[in-house]
Design a protein around this ligand. Structure first.
Ligand code: HEM
Length: 458
């Protein structure tokens, strides 16, 4: 499928987070709320709907986006059952026995160590995502939001405050360099690497040329025609929405650098090189494929590269490096280096919008990823490529940076000539501290959900 022929996204109905990371708004907080009474939740949702930031805006003062869990959709609508078109991972949630297993949320990553999002705890209904140009604007914004929540009897379950935005994650590496390009966001022809909008936004064609699965309602459920209609005339609750993965990931910064320094024999340059090989990019962001021996800030933004033709054996960037696993680009079997390999990878991309946090002695990443298909994008990458036991030519190892170590300590192989080097007993550097799946509705859908109880899902 060629993205050149893609439809234009209706940015005025899409929440802003889909198309921008709000880089001009460096202060942010995520407010998780729970409402004992649905009326209060609807009241808060209506207040949010009047202020929500769309993709057509380019805010410089503050921005507000909102996403809802499946419990939140149930509470808002009064539906016992969600419409089938909502995807299975969203409907059943992140904390199930099956998902714990495939996502690696077992042992020290397991829900018993989560601060929020556990299936047996008070459910989170909404996450309000607040962005502001400075700390005092954020503080005022937070007060306003909390006041509004309390007025309707809604409990603020947790406020997840982020660090002021920097381009580095907690281990010291530049993050957010590689993002998928979405077709149909701007006028004019799309670049060849652009992905069909339906990969990220519901109601548009995806890389398979199909409109992504989404919740469609019976006509009687939307008598006021608040929602867009699909081609068959069904009210389209999914249109211009997306799914949002939220994971609180604690990073053991001391443990990471301690292990790296020791493994590198205490030599500072060797430590930097080993850490960069684990990530697949240098601290500046420069990809190892283009800068194999030393950091090179002149290629810090580079994204136009592959692995197979330049580095099939991983002599520059190890095959097991985090970025190479998370996006193998042209090196995916069974036909690496071919068009079909590139095509295969295109269906497993995600938009990353995470921000770092420091909370007492804990620091880490609020990992936020958007996509139209939770199973084929986030879950596939997490399960098959990062935590998978067999990735390309690697057996019995998981991602050296973020792997769950679900099968005990892992190893990391650095291909070198004449002999490769294998580092054994990699400890776990990342611990899951909470998480949930959300639906990020389009603006019309948000107004619909906030309006009033909806009766059955006929
Ligand atoms: C605390 C945990 C994590 C840290 C510290 C981390 C760090 C990084 C860094 C430094 C980069 C390189 C910069 C860039 O390309 O933007 C990167 C890229 C990436 N990460 Fe992570 N990451 C984490 C968790 C995850 C998870 C859980 C996933 C997916 C399930 C993921 C998926 C990706 C993807 C898709 C890329 C871009 C690869 C590319 O397109 O070349 N990361 N990460």
């Amino acid at each position: 499928m060629s993205a050149v022929t893609s439809e234009r996204l209706d940015l005025s109905d899409v929440q802003g987070l889909v198309v921008r990371g709000y880089g001009k708004l460096p202060c942010a907080a995520y407010v998780l709320v729970h409402a004992p009474e649905p009326d209060g939740l609807r009241q808060l949702a209506r207040w949010v709907a009047e202020r929500v930031t769309s993709g057509a805006e380019s805010p410089t003062d503050r921005a507000l986006n909102v996403a809802v869990t499946s419990e939140g959709v149930r509470a808002l609508t009064g539906w016992d059952e969600l419409p089938d078109g909502f995807s299975e991972p969203f409907r059943t949630g992140m904390d199930t026995e099956y998902r714990n297993r495939i996502l690696g949320d077992t042992g020290s990553n397991g829900p018993s160590g989560w601060l929020w999002g556990r299936a047996d705890a008070e459910p989170v209904h909404l996450v309000l995502m607040l962005y502001a140009r400075d700390a005092s604007t954020l503080a005022t914004f937070l007060e306003e939001v909390s006041g509004q929540a309390h007025a309707g009897g809604v409990r603020v379950h947790r406020v997840l405050a982020t660090d002021e935005l920097s381009d580095r994650e907690a281990f010291g590496f530049r993050d957010g360099v590689s993002q998928p390009t979405i077709a149909g966001v701007t006028d004019g022809p799309n670049p060849p690497e652009a992905l069909m909008p339906g990969e990220f936004v519901l109601g548009y064609r995806n890389e398979y040329g199909q409109r992504s699965e989404r919740p469609l309602l019976g006509r009687s459920q939307d008598p006021d025609r608040m929602l867009a209609r699909d081609r068959s005339g069904a009210p389209d609750l999914g249109r211009n929405g997306s799914y949002l993965v939220f994971r609180q990931l604690r990073q053991d910064v001391e443990g990471f650098w301690g292990w790296v320094d020791e493994a590198a024999g205490g030599d500072a340059a060797a430590s930097q090189h080993l850490a960069a090989r684990i990530v697949g990019r240098w601290p500046s962001g420069a990809p190892l494929v283009l800068a194999p021996g030393a950091d090179d800030p002149s290629v810090a933004d580079a994204n136009d590269f592959g692995y197979h033709h330049t580095d099939a054996l991983g002599l520059r960037c190890p095959v097991g490096a985090h970025v190479r696993r998370a996006n193998p680009r042209d090196s995916l079997p069974p036909s690496p280096g071919t068009e079909s390999s590139l095509r295969g990878v295109r269906t497993h991309r995600m938009i990353r919008r995470g921000r770092t946090y420091s909370d007492g002695d804990e620091q880490g990443l609020y990992f936020v990823a958007l996509g139209a298909n939770l199973a084929r994008q986030f879950e596939f990458v997490q399960h098959g490529w990062l935590n998978g036991n067999a990735f390309v030519t690697l057996d019995d190892v998981d991602d050296p940076l973020v792997g769950a170590r679900a099968h005990g300590p892992s190893s990391f192989t650095v291909p070198e000539q004449p002999v490769r080097r294998r580092y054994r007993d990699l400890p776990q550097f990342i611990q899951v501290r909470g998480g949930a799946y959300f639906f990020l509705p389009g603006l019309r859908a948000l107004n619909f959900l906030a309006a009033r109880p909806r009766g059955g899902t006929d």
